[in-house]
Design a protein. Structure first.
Length: 288
């Protein structure tokens, strides 16, 4: 598991942070799953490589993870470590294929006209990760699958709001064009890092949609699976606090520093999430 642990440790991501609440065997499984997600995302985002070459590389990842589902030995180190996890938790190839389709969208699409199109992207790159994760966490009620879809979309929309500037530097705008039109925000303003009350209105509308997905996740998670979803609930808490922080800053995301939670805030959320679940509290720490 060394390769995947190294990738996860170096990422310093909020997702990797949530693994601290898991038992060792599940933590290792999630580190392996995260390493796969990180690697294919990095392939798609490496703009020093021509688009067609990146597309070929993602094809290699797709073929190799398919190989991991069979009796062959995968060629890529991460997939070799992933192979045992696929078998242990009976993870479906379709989810990995859908995830790769999601990152492939970044090769061709730099604008999303409507929420419907953006929802497909969010489902592929975030909700699918949630659907894979809950298989590792373990659950009894099938409603957990809806929970994973809703929470994934909430987290991804929060990411999109936080990363407007860094995405714009790559020529990408994930905020739906229909919302830009409604708020009279020009694409050039976002690409030029121009903050305005109109942009705040635009971002507030997207945040409202994210809030709705947090609420749906909150209401959908079955009580009997709440303890098993401890790591996912921590993710919900972290990103909910991040969304609230963006709201307090009125979505002025064009400065040089990304909006983040500091380590103290994150560790407090870890402690609070653990205490709430151990004590049997049923209300999630987000979406209120």
């Amino acid at each position: 598991m060394q390769q995947c642990r190294t990738i996860t440790r170096k990422s310093a991501s909020n997702l990797a942070l949530a693994f601290v609440l898991l038992p060792r065997i599940k933590r290792d499984a999630m580190s392996t799953l995260y390493a796969f997600c990180r690697q294919v995302d990095d392939v798609a985002d490496d703009e020093s490589v021509p688009v067609e070459r990146r597309r070929e590389q993602l094809g290699v990842w797709r073929a190799d993870v398919r190989r991991a589902f069979g009796n062959e030995t995968p060629q890529l180190a991460v997939n070799r470590e992933l192979q045992a996890i696929l078998r242990q938790y009976r993870l479906p190839f379709e989810h990995f294929d859908e995830l790769i389709r999601g990152v492939e969208m970044d090769l061709d699409i730099r604008r999303y006209a409507t929420y419907e199109l953006l929802d497909l992207y969010c489902y592929r790159v975030a909700s699918v990760v949630g659907l894979l994760s809950i298989e590792v966490f373990g659950y009894r009620n099938p409603a957990c699958r809806d929970y994973a879809v809703y929470l994934g979309k909430a987290l991804q929309l929060t990411n999109i709001l936080r990363d407007v500037r860094t995405d714009a530097e790559r020529g990408r705008i994930y905020l739906p064009l229909v919302e830009l039109t409604r708020c009279q925000v020009r694409e050039e303003e976002i690409l030029g890092n121009e903050y305005s009350p109109r942009f705040c209105e635009l971002a507030t509308g997207v945040a409202a949609r994210a809030r709705r997905f947090y609420e749906l996740a909150r209401d959908t998670l079955p009580d009997e699976d709440r303890r098993a979803m401890m790591a996912a609930e921590l993710m919900g808490s972290v990103y909910w606090r991040l969304l609230r922080k963006l709201e307090r800053r009125r979505f002025d995301v064009f400065g040089p520093e990304l909006t983040r939670l500091n380590k103290g805030q994150k560790f407090l959320l870890i402690f609070r999430t653990w205490c709430r679940l151990v004590s049997g509290a049923v209300a999630p720490n987000y979406g209120a």
